[in-house]
Design a protein around this ligand. Structure first.
Ligand SMILES: C[S@@+](CC[C@H](N)C(=O)[O-])C[C@H]1O[C@@H](n2cnc3c(N)ncnc32)[C@H](O)[C@@H]1O
Ligand SMILES: Nc1c(NC[C@H](O)[C@H](O)[C@H](O)CO)[nH]c(=O)[nH]c1=O
Ligand SMILES: N[C@@H](Cc1ccc(O)cc1)C(=O)O
Ligand code: SF4
Length: 423
């Protein structure tokens, strides 16, 4: 692993010791954060630019803030991802998932087929389906509502977490309904919450290089605020590690925080590291980074925890982007949630990710325990379903492909983790 040896070693020390080694500027910012104070966008940018002893102090402070805000429990949720179509003409440069409708691999599931997948998920312990797809040119205006109806009819208790703000933008256009009415209709048909994807980087200049057709940053915010107004909670995301940098990250997180101050509708932040391998963005544009470095991953989760404290107190590590081991490492610098078990995964795999498609509940519990924390299964809205302090979830066979290959992975203990980081 390529992380500054000294940075990881410092994490074993007490917070106050680590803080003393930091520069006076960084120390002042972190002392403010540790006292519960709000960190400005400018100060957040300073934290994103740290290295060496300053970086160690940032990571340690994030861990302290995490413990004070949410304690030692680490949550996960049993989810099945359902991508109802891979047909998409929006051609986002970072995405390798969309194909044209004539392609041999083109797929569009009927609402009944989606309901069947949801039912299978329910029967193997799933409490949520995360439904997203491409923006298919031919889907009828009422497709999104038909899909909800079919799922809720078949599995009434399943939480439906579906449709990114971009899909809502498209549904509004197709159905010619006012935004708030469209959202209220989906809510009344059983939409429980929405993924806050399609955010990418909320900066016009960067956005235009990532995608020309996607909704603007202002439109993303407008749809998120409308969803919250209609009592539909959403997650929030940032896709980082391509042509972006500290100033964009700090501004993006600051913007999420402002929205949250007004609406309270975000459940969590999910940083999504850019998967680069098969994308046009990486292959065709000189200077694009091959996804985030390990240091950038650590900083993203840590600074997000510090900047969002008191506003968005759930910081999720996405194992499908980071891989299970790296996601486990993030638990040491601000993270309190490992997201979904997923069961199926297509979008990251299409871009080149090789982390598999499922982490079973038992594997989640082992990863969390090995990091010295308390495993808890939650529902989508962060209510506790089961605390696994003193017992295990039942062992289940993965639906298609286990994370990290064919055999069960032996996850690292806390000590092994620190040793690995140092070697
Ligand atoms: C694939 S889309 C599906 C929903 C809808 N089509 C949209 O764009 O909002 C969901 C999200 O996946 C993420 N994504 C796509 N390609 C990615 C990649 N190569 N690396 C990391 N995240 C990616 C982006 O954040 C995107 O908003
Ligand atoms: N449910 C979670 C997902 N689901 C979405 C897909 O995995 C998707 O392909 C990808 O993340 C697109 O960027 N993703 C997570 O990272 N975490 C989840 O809990
Ligand atoms: N479960 C998270 C993470 C996620 C990330 C990327 C997705 O494409 C979908 C979901 C959310 O709902 O936002
Ligand atoms: S990110 Fe979404 S909108 Fe963009 S190309 Fe991929 S599937 Fe289509």
């Amino acid at each position: 692993m390529s992380i500054d040896l000294e940075v990881m070693k410092q994490l074993e020390n007490r917070p106050d010791e680590v803080l003393t080694r930091a520069s006076s500027t960084v120390r002042a910012i972190l002392e403010r954060a540790l006292a519960g104070g709000e960190i400005s966008r400018e100060a957040g940018e300073v934290l994103f630019n740290t290295e060496g002893a300053d970086l160690s102090a940032v990571l340690k402070a994030a861990d302290t803030v995490r413990r004070e805000r949410v304690g030692d429990r680490v949550t996960f949720v049993t989810v099945r991802n359902i991508n109802f179509t891979n047909v998409c003409y929006m051609a986002c440069q970072f995405c390798n998932f969309g194909v044209r409708k004539e392609a041999g691999s083109a797929e569009l599931l009927t609402p009944e087929q989606v309901a069947t997948r949801a039912e299978e998920a329910w029967n193997r312990g799933g409490t949520e389906v995360c439904i997203q797809g491409g923006l298919h040119p031919d889907i009828p205006g009422d497709y999104y509502v038909q899909l909800l109806r079919a799922v809720k009819k078949r599995v009434p208790k399943m939480h439906v977490h579906a449709f990114s703000p971009f899909e809502i933008w498209y549904g509004v256009r197709k159905s010619r309904m006012p935004l708030d009415d469209f959202l209220a209709m989906l809510r009344d048909e059983g939409l429980g919450s929405m993924p806050g994807t399609a955010a990418e980087i909320l900066d016009t200049e960067i956005r235009l290089q990532l995608t020309r057709n996607k909704l603007s940053a202002d439109e993303w915010e407008k749809i998120i605020r409308a969803a919250h107004r209609q009592k539909i909670p959403t997650t929030s995301t940032i896709m980082y590690g391509h042509i972006d940098g500290p100033s964009h990250w700090a501004a993006h997180i600051d913007r999420l925080r402002s929205i949250q101050k007004d609406t309270g509708g975000f459940t969590e932040l999910v940083p999504l590291g850019f998967i680069h391998e098969n994308t046009r963005l990486y292959r065709n544009v000189p200077g694009v980074r091959p996804g985030p470095s390990m240091t950038e991953n650590l900083k993203m989760h840590a600074v997000a925890r510090i900047m969002l404290q008191g506003y968005i107190d759930n910081i999720q590590a996405s194992w499908v982007k980071l891989g299970p081991e790296m996601a486990q490492t993030m638990l040491a610098c601000g993270v309190n949630d490992l997201g979904g078990t997923l069961m199926n995964e297509s979008i990251s795999r299409a871009a080149g990710a090789k982390h598999g498609q499922e982490i079973t509940p038992l594997e989640m519990v082992r990863i969390i325990r090995a990091a010295g924390r308390i495993p808890v299964q939650r529902n989508t809205l962060y209510q506790t379903l089961e605390d696994f302090t003193d017992h295990d979830p039942p062992e289940i066979e993965p639906l298609v492909e286990r994370a990290c290959g064919a055999s069960p992975v032996a996850f690292l203990t806390q000590t092994e983790l620190q040793q690995a980081a140092r070697s």
